[in-house]
Design a binder for this molecule. Structure first.
Ligand code: BDR
Ligand code: CA
Length: 347
C-alpha cells in the first residue's frame, strides 16, 4: 500500500490540532540598511547547510558566528561541515566554534538515516583554510553577546544543548539575546517519534531550560516547516542558478529527497532550518501564533514532545502564559524563490 508523505493530507487525513489565531510577530527582522546580528547554532546537516547559505546571502542578516552541536551527525563532522560550507560560500572569515557532542543527559540520538554518516550525504566539499575557533561554542556566544553594541539574535537549528549551557552559565547575558528563532518541536505529531521532533528529542532537558528561560522565542516546528519543501524541480532551479553554492545545495537536497523516497515514498524534502533563518530576514513570510510551549522530559512515549497550548480559554483556565510565537503558515512558492535567489547571490 502506498504510504502518504509527511505534510501530505491528500489521502484524506486532517491535522488534529486546534490552530491558535495568528498574531503580529515580535521577532526582530533585519534590513539591508541595518542587518540583524545573528549567531547560528547548528548541526550541519543537509537543511542546516541551506539555512547557513541563506543567512550569509541575505543582506538583512549579519552572521557573527556559526557554533556547532552534535545532532544530525557527530559534532566533529558538523564542525568540519560548517567550516567547509562557509569556505564554499566565500565566508571563511565567519568564526566556527564547536559545542556539545551530546545531550545534557541521556542517550545520544543521531539523524544519519536522512543526512548520511557525515551529515552531508555523499557531498564532499574542499577543506577550508580556516580552522575551528579556539573558544568553544558557549564561550564564543557569550563573548559576542557581551561585545555586541546591540542585542544579538540566535538561530538554534540543532539540539538545544549549547543554548541551555549558555543560559545556565551566563544568566547575566539573557537580555543581550534579541531573539531565539528555533527550528524544533511540533504542535502536532513529531518526526523522530510520534510525539517528538528531532531537535527537541535529541535533548529534551536542554529544550526545557530554553523554553523556561524567558528569552523571546519563535518556534518553527514541523507544522510550518513541513510546508517549506523543495522537490526535484526546485532542486533543478538551485542547480541551474549559476553558482557553485547553488550546485552544492541541489546536491544536498537531492540526497535528502532520495532518502525520504526510500523511507516513505516522499518526493520532496522539508528545508526546516531555513525557515527559522528566513523569518529574521523577511518580515511577512511566516505567520505565527502565540503559544505556551512546555517540553516533556519524562521517559515515557511523549519524551521530547513540545506541548503547545494556544487556546485562550484553556490558557486562562490553567494559568498559562504564552512563552513563544509558533510558526503556522508559510508561502511555499515564495520560500523557494527566496532560497534560489539567495543561492544565486553566493559564489
Ligand atoms: C530538524 O532535525 C534535523 O534533522 C534537521 O536538520 C532539522 O534541524 C528537523 O526535525
Ligand atoms: Ca538541523
Amino acid at each position: 500500500m502506498e504510504r502518504p508523505g509527511f505534510g501530505d493530507f491528500a489521502h484524506g487525513a486532517h491535522p488534529t490540532y486546534y490552530a491558535a489565531p495568528p498574531v503580529t510577530r515580535t521577532a526582530p527582522v533585519g534590513t539591508s540598511g541595518r542587518p540583524l546580528p545573528l549567531i547560528i547554532d547548528s548541526d550541519p546537516g543537509l537543511d542546516d547547510a541551506l539555512a547557513i547559505g541563506l543567512a550569509v546571502a541575505m543582506p538583512e542578516l549579519d552572521v557573527l558566528a556559526v557554533t556547532t552541536v552534535g545532532g544530525n551527525a557527530d559534532v566533529r563532522h558538523c564542525t568540519e561541515n560548517a567550516l567547509r560550507l562557509l569556505h564554499a560560500f566565500g565566508r571563511s572569515d565567519i568564526p566556527v566554534a564547536e559545542g556539545a557532542a551530546g545531550p545534557l543527559t541521556g542517550a545520544v540520538v543521531r539523524a544519519t538515516g536522512i543526512h548520511g554518516e557525515t551529515g552531508f550525504g555523499r557531498t564532499v566539499l574542499p577543506p577550508s583554510p580556516a580552522s575551528v575557533h579556539a573558544e568553544g561554542a558557549v564561550a564564543l556566544m557569550a563573548r559576542l553577546l557581551r561585545e555586541s553594541p546591540v542585542p544579538v539574535a540566535i538561530a538554534p537549528i540543532g539540539p538545544l544543548t549549547n543554548l541551555a549551557s549558555l543560559i545556565r552559565l551566563h544568566p547575566e547575558l539573557l537580555d543581550r539575546i534579541a531573539h531565539l528563532a528555533i527550528m524544533g518541536g511540533s504542535i502536532g505529531e513529531g518526526n523522530t517519534t510520534a510525539s517528538a521532533e528531532f531537535n527537541i528529542y535529541a535533548d529534551p532537558e536542554a529544550a526545557d531550560i530554553v523554553f523556561r528561560s524567558g528569552v523571546p522565542i519563535t518556534m518553527m516546528g514541523l507544522d510550518v516547516t513541513h510546508q517549506a519543501t523543495l522537490d526535484g524541480a526546485a532542486s533543478r532551479r538551485l542547480a541551474a542558478c549559476g553558482t557553485g553554492a547553488g550546485r552544492i545545495a541541489a546536491e544536498l537536497v537531492d540526497f535528502a529527497i532520495e532518502r525520504v523516497g526510500k523511507w516513505y515514498g516522499g518526493t520532496s524534502t522539508a528545508i526546516h532550518d531555513a525557515v527559522a533563518v528566513a523569518h529574521l530576514a523577511v518580515p511577512d513570510l511566516v505567520s505565527v501564533a502565540a503559544y505556551n510551549v512546555r517540553v516533556d522530559t519524562t521517559d515515557g512515549p511523549a519524551r521530547g514532545r513540545t506541548v503547545c497550548e494556544g487556546l485562550s480559554y484553556r490558557m486562562d483556565r490553567y494559568g498559562l502564559a504564552a512563552n513563544a510565537e509558533v510558526g503556522i503558515r508559510i508561502d511555499p512558492a515564495r520560500f523557494q524563490d527566496i532560497l534560489v535567489d539567495a543561492f544565486a547571490r553566493l559564489p
